[in-house]
Every structure is written in C-alpha cells, then in structure tokens.
Ligand binder design. Structure first.
Ligand SMILES: Cc1ncc(COP(=O)(O)O)c(C=O)c1O
Length: 386
C-alpha cells in the first residue's frame, strides 16, 4: 500500500526518538544518563490531582465543548490577564491536547498550500514538520555567527507576499535565551503593520531566571485582541509539570479562534475531560508551585553552567529560562549527530544533536532532571572529550 507524499516527507521527532531510546536503555539496565529530556521531574500540583480524582469518583467523564470547559476557560482567562496583560473572552480561547495541538490548529486555520512561516534558528524541532503538515513552507532564519538570537530586520528581510506568520518561542527551546523587550515591541509593530500573524509560543514563558521577565507580545499591541495578529500559545505541560495530561491552549482573535475550533472539532472533538479538570485545578492554586519549580530549575541551570565551564573548549550562552542549555561543541566536533552518537556509545549520555534544531555544532543538554545526573552526565562528556 502507498503512503502519502506528505507522510513520506515528514521527519520523525528527534527528541521523542531519543527519549524512547533512553527509556529502552534504562529498561535494559544500562547506566544511561538522560540529558535529552523535555519535562520537569516534579510531581503534579495538588489541585490537579484533586480535580482529576474528583471527576473519576463522580463516575462521569464525558465529551466537553470542543474549545474547552467553561471552568477551565475561566481560569485560563484569569491566568492570561495576570501574566500576559490581556483578558480574553471564552470565544478567544481554544483548549487543545497539548500546546502542540494548539499550534497545529493555528497553522491549519491560517495557511493555504504554499504559504510561508518564518521562525528563528535554533527552533523547536516540531516547527518545520508542523508547518509542512499544514501545507505550508517553513522559512528558518539563522542568527549571525556566534549569536543565538536573530534581529527583527533579519526576520523582516525574509517576508514575501506568501508570508502568513512568524513564530517565536521565548525563552526558547533549545537555547534558553529570552528575546528582549525592544525586539518584541518591534516585532509586534511589524506584524500589525504587515498583517502577518505572530505566533508567540509562550510555553516556557514563566520559567525565567535572574529576575528576568519574558516580555508578553500583548503588552506592545496597538490593536485590540479581536483585531490582533497575535496568537499566544500556552499550557500546563512545562510550567505545571503536567506533560502527560496533554493540555495546551491558544489565545487569539475571535475570528481566528472560531476557525481553530472548527478544525479541532473534526480532528479530536475536545481534549480529555479529566485533563481539563486537572488543568483548571492547577491554574486555580498553582502560583506557589510554579515558583518552586522555577527556582529549582534556576539552581539546576547554575549547576549545568558550572559543569559545562569545566569543558575547555565549550562555548555557552548562559540560559535565561526553560530547562535547556545549548552549548557549542564545534571546537571538538562540528557534526552534532556524530558527537551525539559518540557520547551515547562511549559515555552512555543522551544529548540531542543541535542540527535537529537547525544549528550544527551544538548539543541540547537539559537540566530538568536530577542534579546528580547533570554532574555525572557532563563529567562523562568531559572524560571523553578533554
Ligand atoms: C517550544 C515548545 N512548544 C510546544 C511544546 C509542546 O508542548 P505540549 O507538551 O503542551 O504539547 C514543546 C514541548 O516540548 C516545546 O518545547
């Protein structure tokens, strides 16, 4: 039987593949250190556990409205107002099965075949494949040599008559870098002026360090939400350590949101009712939880930076947020796939090759796991390379 051209053109998710590999090696009893992970190790917030339990005990776990339950949307609206400076109504929100589905809903709603989507390098591995899945053409934009951040001018230079959207993830996976206020202000102005959607992937937006705040695009918007090109993506996966619940959402204009609702209705009807109840519980009383998670990650970031500084030829832009670092190993090996394979074989350390994020010579090393694993993993890398 034939497979579609689209299916054949898609790459496998490099990060999910490595996760599977690490888990299989662990199950075989191998002493693997997993620095390739993408989820915090913390237990879920108490409010999330209580709400899921309450629903199970009720015996009723049913379909919900496609765009999400009223109680969850109420919590999302309050959360968005508190942290992003705009108050969405229920018709501005779609809750999906993870931020991933929310991004995909957007792309399918916004793109005609051949439309282009611009995003900076290094990018999250799924962006190019998701754009292709939605019939679009990915347009990755590389920063200047030695930088992990592009300029608005560099993005603007790639705009054509087919450009429909710019996507930004700040702080970013894999670099942990935060785009500054001036950049966000200029980018919002550019997108408003040119009528180009600005997808802000805010999934790590509250996991920032050193007293920094990741700017919200809405803070610089001149247009009201219902005329705005801004689409903010968020969710409970990272900030509330609830990756397995699969709850993410979008906040955008009513017209775009209602198109996204139609798409989701045909694809998955609604996200899990149990997970929505849990997400509402997390948002309701998760303030302290997020701060504990954030400060723990900041400590682990410091451990990662300290350990990497012992590698003589590694260059590192200190991560300002997320739980990823993106050191430059090119002085040791320019081919990041080769380096990642070598580290797995000789040191039993899982690290994601930078080329998967569009920038060879780097590795993505996560610090969301245990501190002892960060220390052990980087010291094994040092033994092999130095
Ligand atoms: C930048 C970025 N956006 C979105 C997601 C997807 O989040 P979710 O698990 O809620 O689908 C991830 C997960 O790794 C991510 O790194």
């Amino acid at each position: 039987m034939n497979l579609s051209r689209l299916a054949q053109s898609l790459g496998q998710s490099a990060t999910l593949k490595l996760n599977e590999l690490a888990n299989n090696l662990k199950a075989e009893g191998k002493p693997v250190v997993h620095l390739g992970g993408g989820e915090p190790e913390e237990r879920i917030p108490a409010g999330a556990a209580e709400e899921s339990r309450r629903m199970i005990d009720s015996g009723f776990v049913r379909y919900t409205p496609t765009s999400g339950t009223a109680p969850l949307k109420k919590e999302i609206a309050a959360y968005t107002e508190r942290y992003y400076g705009v108050k969405p109504g229920p018709r501005n929100i779609v809750v999906g099965s993870g931020a991933k589905q929310a991004i995909y809903n957007f792309l399918v709603a916004a793109l005609d075949p051949g439309d282009q989507v611009i995003y900076p390098v290094p990018y999250w591995v799924s962006y190019p494949e998701m754009v292709k899945l939605a019939g679009g053409v990915p347009v990755p934009v590389k920063p200047a040599e030695g930088s992990l951040l592009v300029t608005v001018k560099e993005l603007e230079a790639r705009i054509t008559s087919r450009t429909r959207a710019i996507m930004l993830n700040s702080p970013g996976n894999p670099s942990g870098q935060v785009y500054p206020e001036d950049f966000i202000r200029e980018l919002v102005a550019l997108c408003e002026e040119r009528g180009i959607y600005l997808l802000m992937d805010d999934i790590y937006n509250r996991l920032v360090f050193d007293g920094l705040k990741a700017p919200s695009a809405f803070a610089y918007a001149k247009k009201p939400l219902n005329e705005s090109p801004i689409v903010s993506i968020n969710g409970v996966s990272k900030t509330f350590s609830m990756t397995g619940y699969r709850i993410g959402w979008s906040v955008a204009s009513e017209a775009l949101t209602q198109a996204m609702v139609k798409i989701q209705a045909q694809v998955s009807s609604c996200p899990s009712a149990l997970s929505q109840a849990a997400a509402a519980g997390a948002l309701r009383d998760g303030g302290g939880f997020v701060e504990t998670l954030r400060s723990g990650l900041e400590r682990k970031r410091d451990v990662m930076v300290e350990e990497l500084s012992k590698l003589k030829k590694v260059k590192l832009a200190k991560p300002q947020g997320t739980f990823y670092s993106f050191p430059d190993f090119s002085a040791y090996e320019k081919d990041s796939k080769k380096l990642s394979a070598l580290l797995l074989e000789k040191a039993m350390v899982v690290a994601v090759p930078g080329v998967e994020f569009g920038l060879d010579g780097h590795l993505r090393l996560s610090y969301c796991g245990a501190e002892k694993d960060i220390i052990e993993g980087v010291s094994r890398i040092r033994k092999i390379l130095d």
